[in-house]
Design a protein around this ligand. Structure first.
Ligand SMILES: [Zn+2]
Length: 283
């Protein structure tokens, strides 16, 4: 069933684990993620970016597909439908109106004051409708580089003020984490993460969870992270399997067979991540 993430985050904080957020790109991925997490008895957050929503054909399409699959597949784990990295109020409004249960407003590239203003506008709309809001401060880069540059890290004092001035439900700090694969040694600052956790006193979100080893993920959870985002690892595993399948089966042209050839590889990654962050059997 579709739920708000507050209860999941509270349980995760108490239990010392995190909820996985998997980015989904099409109907099949939603199905694979739901089935794998159901098998693990793991709560799950289905994350959809505005670009993916455009690919699907709209907010309502995503909501209807997710809702229908939950019902048709008899999924009984808690599922959060989350808008990932929305850059403006309108995208958040559309997601909330369509039935999403959580949104992330990412105005991290704007000034601190603008970030606070736009986040407050989203909060105002979301809270009246029982929807959770996540926001970001500092810059989580997308190219796998730049992680040694302290200018991208969240500032401790700013983080505290940002959370006080917005009242957001969860906070995504930049602590050296990046989207995509880490192309240099990652330089995650767990001291900063722990200090932010102590100051902001709300659930923390770690973006860029792909190819971080179990120790790092566990350290992040120990420092107050209750949601870890995974995207690149899933896409990578799926595409490798499909490429291999097509190489071996040059005569296949049925798209169902092609898309399904990546299913096992994708699910294997999900099972691993659920174990690494401890969400397995936490339904
Ligand atoms: Zn992200």
């Amino acid at each position: 069933m579709l739920v708000n993430s507050n209860e999941l985050f509270n349980a995760a904080l108490k239990g010392g684990y995190a909820i996985p957020a998997y980015n989904v790109n099409n109907l099949e991925w939603i199905k694979f993620v739901l089935e794998a997490c159901q098998e693990d008895n793991s709560p799950v957050i289905l994350a959809v970016t505005p670009k993916s929503i455009q690919y699907f054909g709209g907010y309502k399409v995503v909501y209807n597909v997710v809702n229908s699959l939950i019902s048709e597949l008899n999924i009984n784990i808690p599922v959060v439908l989350h808008l990932d990295h929305a850059k403006d109020f309108d995208s958040c409004k559309k997601a909330i109106d369509a039935g999403f249960t959580s949104v992330m407003i990412d105005a991290s590239l704007k000034t601190f004051e603008q970030n606070v203003d736009i986040t407050n506008k989203v909060m105002d709309y979301a809270k009246k409708r029982g929807v959770n809001v996540e926001a970001e401060l500092g810059v989580i880069k997308t190219d796998g580089y730049g992680i040694n540059d302290r200018a991208y890290y969240s500032d401790l004092e700013d983080s505290k003020n940002f959370v006080i001035q917005t009242g957001i439900d969860s906070f995504a700090p930049s602590i050296g984490n990046v989207h995509g694969f880490y192309k240099e040694n990652d330089n995650l600052d767990f001291d900063l993460l722990g200090a932010i956790c102590k100051e902001v006193k709300i659930p923390l979100v770690l973006h860029g969870g792909s190819n971080l080893d179990e120790n790092k993920l566990k350290a992040a959870v120990f420092c107050g992270v209750v949601k870890v985002n995974f995207n690149t690892d899933l896409m990578h595993a799926w595409s490798l399997a499909v490429r291999e399948y097509l190489k071996k089966n040059v005569d296949v042209y049925d798209p169902r067979k092609i898309i399904l050839s990546g299913e096992d590889a994708l699910k294997e990654v999900i099972h691993k991540k659920n174990c690494m962050i401890g969400s397995k059997n936490r339904k």
